[in-house]
Design a binder for this molecule. Structure first.
Ligand code: DGL
Length: 208
């Protein structure tokens, strides 16, 4: 089977790696729209246009299923044009976080567009209404990761969100942007009592 995968940039790569391990006999085609990166704070209609173009390319190329390895585009899936199945990151991350939380306080760190869409809280509340969701929009973090900036520079963008999550008392944190899987270890190191969920776990939930 041919599996299409896309993201605005390198956020999709760790997901591609996990897919290759899990489905060694399938063909994986990955598109990174680095020309238009970042998606996270662009106008919604533009992101929809870019995503629809990529989906149509992957479909023409014979993809039978498409993994939307991007939180920002995953939050727009109901608005996209597609003829093959689209698999986004939001539902699997929400399912995993609801399984892990003991105190029913979940944090979500994602791009501005993803946080504004409220896709994560609404999906979590469909699973369990009694969970409190604390969201933090990081405006420049994905671009810093894409540009492979220094750890010190990345940390300067993490101080405020990590303080926010610390004060909110969450026990589980969803990394709701696939770029953040590149700094999973760094975030884990700085949130010792919190269970951090990397976007790559979505691959555990995929079966064909
Ligand atoms: N990796 C993407 C996401 O999960 C996009 C980041 C961006 O392009 O701003 O949201």
């Amino acid at each position: 089977m041919k599996i299409g995968v896309f993201d605005s940039g390198i956020g999709g790569l760790p997901i591609v790696e996990r897919l290759k391990e899990k489905f060694p006999n399938d063909e994986i085609v990955f598109i990174a729209d680095t020309k238009h990166m970042p998606y996270g704070d662009k106008d919604k209609s533009l992101v929809i246009k870019y995503a629809n173009n990529i989906i149509s390319k992957l479909e023409k190329d014979g993809a039978e299923v498409i993994v939307v390895a991007c939180g920002t585009v995953s939050s727009l899936i109901p608005l996209l044009c597609h003829s093959v199945q689209l698999i986004g990151i939001i539902e699997p991350l929400c399912l995993e976080s609801c399984k892990r939380t003991a105190n029913k306080k979940i944090g979500v760190m994602a791009t501005v567009n993803t946080v504004n869409s409220e896709s994560f809280p609404s999906c979590i509340h469909k699973i369990d209404r009694s969970i409190d969701v604390y969201s933090y929009a990081c405006s420049d973090l994905a671009s810093k990761i894409e540009n492979r900036t220094s750890e010190e520079d990345i940390m300067s963008s993490l101080i405020d969100p990590l303080r926010y999550f610390d004060n909110s008392g969450i026990d589980t944190l969803i990394l709701g942007c696939t770029h953040y899987s590149w700094i999973y270890e760094l975030i884990k190191k700085n949130t010792s009592t919190i269970s951090v969920i990397s976007p790559t776990i979505i691959v555990n939930h995929i079966s064909f």
